[in-house]
Design a binder for this molecule. Sequence first.
Ligand code: PMP
Length: 437
Amino acid sequence: MNTQASDANAAAEVLSEEAVDALSRAHSASPETGSHRHEALLSARAANIKQSAVRDVFDISMQPGLVSLAGGNPYLQSLPLERLAATAASIIADHGLEALQYGGGQGTLELRTQICEVMAAEGILDADPENVVITAGSQSAQDVAAKVFCDPGDVILLEDPTYVGALNTFEAFEVDVQAVAGDEHGIIPSALRERIADLQGQGRRIKLLYTIPNFNNPSGVMLAPERRQEIVDICRDANIMVLEDNPYGLLKFDGVLPAPLRAANPDDVLYLGSFSKIFAPGLRIGWALVPAHLKQRYYLASEAVTLCPPTFNQLLVSAYLRDYDWRGQIDTYRALYAERCAALLSALEEFMPAGVTWTRPEGGFFVWLTLPEGIDTYPLLHKGIDAGVVFIPGAAFSSHQRPSNKLRLAFSAVPPETLHEGVRRLAPVLAEAITVK
Ligand code: PMP
């Protein structure tokens, strides 16, 4: 925290050519082709795997002096690190032969049972540990879902904007991702109905609706509670599985949580959860709660990728859930992120020029800015870096390659005074873009 605060006061560093190159590659988004004799051996699938703009910017944002509003890292400094170190040591000392050995492909029963308690805290009260599959983060759970459901050319419906990692995963399976219209309350049910009718009318096979109902990454939008059941009903009627990705759900600032789509719909929603935002992303422990009739297929596909989720990490998460006040830690995170979000919003009020609007999230890590039509935020990234601030241009979060007048700011890892400084640096860059337009 101190480092970041002092970084905010340091002069912006000039970026290396290499870093600028990395950003250019991110924009063109496709790896170079035809440059070596093994090119002809590569799968069509591999060509579809794009370089993530977020990853490139993440590397650049590590440079000292820059205020990074780019990476959505959780703030781990409030974890009890010394106590966790002792717990990790005792897991090796007392259970080393289990911790360092292969485990069951579905994950340990103890952790699967505890995961059901975590989901109960969110409003899923009937989860059976039998139907939980532990995965290497929810990223890998998305990958397994796409693998289990999608053939090349199948359609996945999703929000626009949506999580860049999901776009990368789905495109790697040669899926046709199609956006459904939404507003500040999330997916619009009537738009979903029309989109489905249109695509199915063309004979397209729609397999999944991928949705982040709570504090969408990047937009911060929460799907209105009164829309939730209707959205599941529309999908059920059209025989489309809902893939609910909910890593931020417990991080609603006021702690009053809307029921997940999965809560009342055990057969029609495949639910993905994660310890990345409520505990520690480096452990790479996420999970899928799979409809009972699909569990075996999902589990086998997951096992085919990883054999088993990491045993030591599962034991550490289990010890954390058993012996620590994990609910209290989530309360701490809610207060911390609420404070940061408020600081970012008030800095936006203070500094942003006319013509810029933004979302006001009730939880999660992100605020989404919209500039006037016709402005492309990608070139502004370089200007922002020159001014000492990094953000993610909106184009990273859409499947289409069109320029975007949006951008994402992440407040999770940045203390309030640094958020203020970052927005102060960003404002003239946006103001100039609006003036020259
Ligand atoms: N879904 C969303 C919406 C995310 O924002 C992220 C990570 N930023 C993930 C999934 C992947 O998380 P995990 O660390 O559990 O793989």
